[in-house]
Design a protein around this ligand. Sequence first.
Ligand code: C2E
Ligand code: MG
Ligand code: MG
Ligand code: MG
Length: 299
Amino acid sequence: NADIAVYKAKESGRNRIVFYNEPMNEDIAKRMYIEKNLWLALVNNEFELYYQPQLDLETDCITGFEALIRWNNSELGMISPDRFISIAEDTHLIIPIGMWVLKTACSFLYKLHQLGYQELNIAVNISMLQLLQEDFVTMVMDTITDAGINAKHLELEITESILMESYETIAGKLKLLRARGINIALDDFGKGYSSLNYLKLLPITTLKIDKGFIDTITDSDKNKSFADLIVNLGKSLNLSVIAEGVETSEQKDYLVKHKCNKMQGYLFSKPLPEYEVVQKMSEKWNKSMRRYKVSDIIA
Ligand code: C2E
Ligand code: MG
Ligand code: MG
Ligand code: MG
């Protein structure tokens, strides 16, 4: 059986490429390729950050961006994070990769502030493994100091996959970060089953409503009430609520009507590379900025 043979080959670390051309095993072959090349990708600078705008639904202004990693590989092309983040976690490479992400995102935010867009924030996805690192809080604080940005402009996005036994460590670190002014978002909210508990026990500042709820808000009354419920829950806890994956103006209208604070989604923009963000900012998104560029005000 070819599948078993591949796993055996992987275990022994030999003959990895043997089944590469068999379509049936394409997925396994890709996974093996990713495992093998992830470290090299970091060393060779093959990762890239894309940025997706987040909009305030009351003012229609851009409030910031979420940084999303991509792997630009010469053999496989652009590789989505869904393909390699879990592998990076399994191999613990997520720790140096995550550091690179944070550093790159903070430097980009500094650049945007220098361009005059001083109100903008940056949101960075953080893996639980990173949070469990002893020096995580110091690393984050050092990174923002080095980048020259203020803690209040950084938001760390966590998902609910917290290992219960490490819960107290996680909560402690998040509280330290929060005390230093960093915002904490609970990503993919509503997708998991234990979200409510995390909401109660962790110092969360932002709820990100999972795309799954947004996809169906215009479908039926039942689905509508779920999105409503989350918005109201967030409001009653004094959190900022952001809808993820907004693709249609019907969805947006619904969210505006129900006083959701922010949105993010293809309707306004896909995640874009740095140069395109800078370009769009000056050519087209100026109107969607809370403030004029400093240079405009001076002129
Ligand atoms: P996420 O943090 O929940 O990010 C939202 C995902 O939804 C992104 O996928 C984004 O491109 C996509 N998206 C945004 N708006 C729309 C829309 O309107 N329609 C559709 N169909 N999709 C939309 P992406 O970039 O492929 O990232 C997938 C996941 O990978 C992220 O989910 C996050 O969990 C993880 N990830 C991405 N970058 C990083 C990173 O730097 N570090 C870590 N630890 N995880 C990351
Ligand atoms: Mg996220
Ligand atoms: Mg999400
Ligand atoms: Mg996610």
